[in-house]
Design a protein around this ligand. Structure first.
Ligand SMILES: Cc1cc2nc3c(=O)[nH]c(=O)nc-3n(C[C@H](O)[C@H](O)[C@H](O)COP(=O)(O)O)c2cc1C
Length: 335
């Protein structure tokens, strides 16, 4: 299948307008299942999985996901075209809706393997990587990048990067609207210290109207997302705000003109059988509820909810009764 045909599939999902960012240790399958209950529309990204891990690692554990999570994109890390192609080939049977290449992550671990943000300096290598991925993929291959690294001039390198990578067949970019500094900043600082440049990303959309351009970085509300869409961008990706205050996602489908699929009570009720299945299969309560700690942020009882679940759910043998207790207490506060 050619990229243009593939892109249409994704357009029919209409998933560009909002997405939840790939976040290591955070956006695992349980987190995505929970997020999906609040938005039918947003694209959900996996944590980054390194291509060699897909090839040599415990594949089912790394790549398996629940049918209800669609549309879901697998983010891969790597810089070896053959390895990335093999990772895509092995991941295709899992049924992902998109493959994304990470060209934005600044962590040392990632740099030493020459992948992540350091690849902003090697657009032709990125082009080779995505071409190899596209050759194996029945779904769109997309790229998440920064506006530049270190002393690069973003207004020069970013358009050149987009052009080179688009020539290889990518038409959908997610741009984290700040540089990554490859030395001297921790990954966390690299998400906070380099200044955001939204106008540059908006300019990229004007310059390349045929490309799908989504903005990422520092967006904390759906109103902000809407105002960026109003400036012509195709989509907005939200990371930390969606994770830390997941209730934000309950309004997300309004960006498509849809009503939320459920209210908060229904979301909690729908988590119950999912948690029960996980426990029955030998899983721990905490593996799921850790993603739900921020759920009542800003509401009375939020701290109690967080404490009850973070302390109690990690204890061996913690079960549905603890979840029911926490939900029951929040419901009686709301009543
Ligand atoms: C805990 C955590 C883990 C992250 N892991 C990844 C990752 O695996 N791949 C990636 O491309 N970005 C990763 N990021 C960066 C986010 O995808 C996003 O680009 C960044 O947080 C900025 O968006 P935000 O301001 O909406 O959070 C991570 C961010 C956080 C907070």
């Amino acid at each position: 299948m050619k990229q243009t045909e593939i892109a249409d599939k994704s357009v029919s999902y209409g998933s560009y307008r909002l997405s939840v960012a790939p976040m290591l240790d955070w956006t695992d399958r349980h987190c995505r299942f929970f997020h999906r209950l609040m938005t039918q529309r947003a694209m959900l990204y996996t944590e980054m999985v390194a291509a060699p891990a897909v090839i040599h690692g415990p594949r089912e554990r790394l790549l398996g996901f629940h049918d209800a999570e669609h549309p879901v994109a697998l983010q891969l890390g790597g810089s070896d075209p053959a390895e990335l192609a093999q990772a895509v080939r092995l991941a295709v049977p899992f049924g992902y809706d998109e493959f994304n290449l990470n060209v934005g992550c600044p962590s040392d671990k990632v740099q030493s393997g020459c992948f992540g943000a350091v690849l902003m300096q090697r657009p032709q290598l990125v082009a080779d990587c995505v071409a190899a991925m596209i050759a194996e993929s029945p779904v769109p291959v997309t790229v998440k990048c920064r506006i530049g690294v270190d002393d690069q001039r973003p207004e020069e390198v970013l358009p050149a990067f987009l052009e080179t990578v688009a020539e290889a067949g990518v038409r959908h970019f997610v741009i984290h609207a700040r540089k990554a500094w490859l030395q001297g900043l921790s990954p966390r600082e690299n998400r906070e210290i380099p200044p955001l440049d939204y106008p540059l990303v908006v300019t990229m959309k004007r310059r390349f109207p045929e490309l799908v351009i989504c903005l990422n970085g520092g967006v904390t509300s759906l109103a902000e997302a809407q105002s960026l869409l109003d400036q012509g961008l195709d989509g907005v990706m939200i990371g930390r705000a969606a994770y830390n205050e997941p209730e934000l996602l309950l309004g997300a489908d309004r960006l498509w003109g849809d009503q939320p699929p459920r209210d908060l009570g229904e979301v909690l009720a729908a988590m119950r059988p999912y948690i029960a299945d996980h426990l029955a299969a030998g899983g721990r309560l905490h593996q799921i509820t850790r993603h739900m700690l921020g759920l009542f942020t800003g509401r009375p009882g939020a701290r109690h909810w967080r404490r009850l679940l973070s302390e109690g759910a990690a204890r061996p043998g913690a079960g549905l009764d603890l979840f029911d207790q926490a939900v029951g207490e929040m419901q009686s506060r709301a009543a």
